[in-house]
Design a protein around this ligand. Structure first.
Ligand code: G3P
Length: 211
């Protein structure tokens, strides 16, 4: 198999592991049917609290990292200064992270109903550009403490990653990271549309068949 095929296959299967659904099942419910219905860290945290949500945070992050590492090894483990991915490893690493994000969004192991892939992206980004990931982590901690809000910390950190990447990698690869983030945008759009559909169906039920 070519490095990219290995990367995509392994990335997709790793991304498809439905961590939030498995954790939810341990507590007797499906996060896709409760709260904001996203099988991800934040929904599990709001429904079950931090203790249950930490494994979701770690699992979703680590499956992106594991996918990126498979891509890195498949591509010959080529890295530049500060371990940023380089040379023949670039394509397999990006392909693996994209596939892991697709697996998280449309998981073969969970009826194709997955999440938005934010944490899986962040975990994969740690392999693409470790120094920018480190700076992103520092931002996460700093903004969370300054604003007293972990949600704000994660938002600022994740959306800063491509900007921080510019310090270490060429703009073409930053654009590729932007491409990965488009999948997150697509998933937010799909979730918003699904929410509107549910809202319309609820209003129809309340009004009844005659309404
Ligand atoms: O993108 P997900 O599905 O990993 O979930 C998003 C998290 O809840 C964000 O904190």
């Amino acid at each position: 198999m070519t490095p990219v095929l290995v990367a995509v296959t392994a990335g997709y299967l790793l991304g498809s592991v439905p961590v939030a659904v498995l954790v939810g099942r341990l507590h007797g419910f499906d996060p896709r049917a409760a709260g904001d219905r996203n099988p991800g860290f934040w929904n599990v945290m709001e429904l079950l609290g931090w203790r249950a949500a930490v494994p979701v945070f770690a699992g979703d992050l680590l499956k992106g990292t594991a996918a990126g590492l498979v891509g890195l090894v498949a591509g010959g483990t080529e890295t530049g200064p500060l371990w940023v991915v380089d040379g023949a490893s670039v394509l397999p690493v990006y392909a693996a992270v994209a596939a892991a994000m697709a697996g998280h969004a449309w998981p073969v192991f969970a009826g194709w109903r997955g999440g938005r892939s934010i944490l899986t992206f962040a975990g994969g980004f740690a392999v693409i550009c470790p120094p920018a990931f480190g700076l992103g982590l520092a931002l996460l901690v700093g903004v969370s403490l300054a604003r007293g809000s972990f949600a704000w910390g994660t938002r600022v950190a994740v959306f800063s990653l491509p900007v921080l990447q510019l310090l270490f990698m060429p703009p073409a690869l930053v654009a590729a990271t932007g491409g990965l983030m488009c999948l997150i945008g697509l998933r937010f759009g799909q979730a918003a549309l699904a929410g509107r559909r549910r809202g319309r169906a609820r209003r129809r039920r309340v009004r009844g068949p005659a309404g």
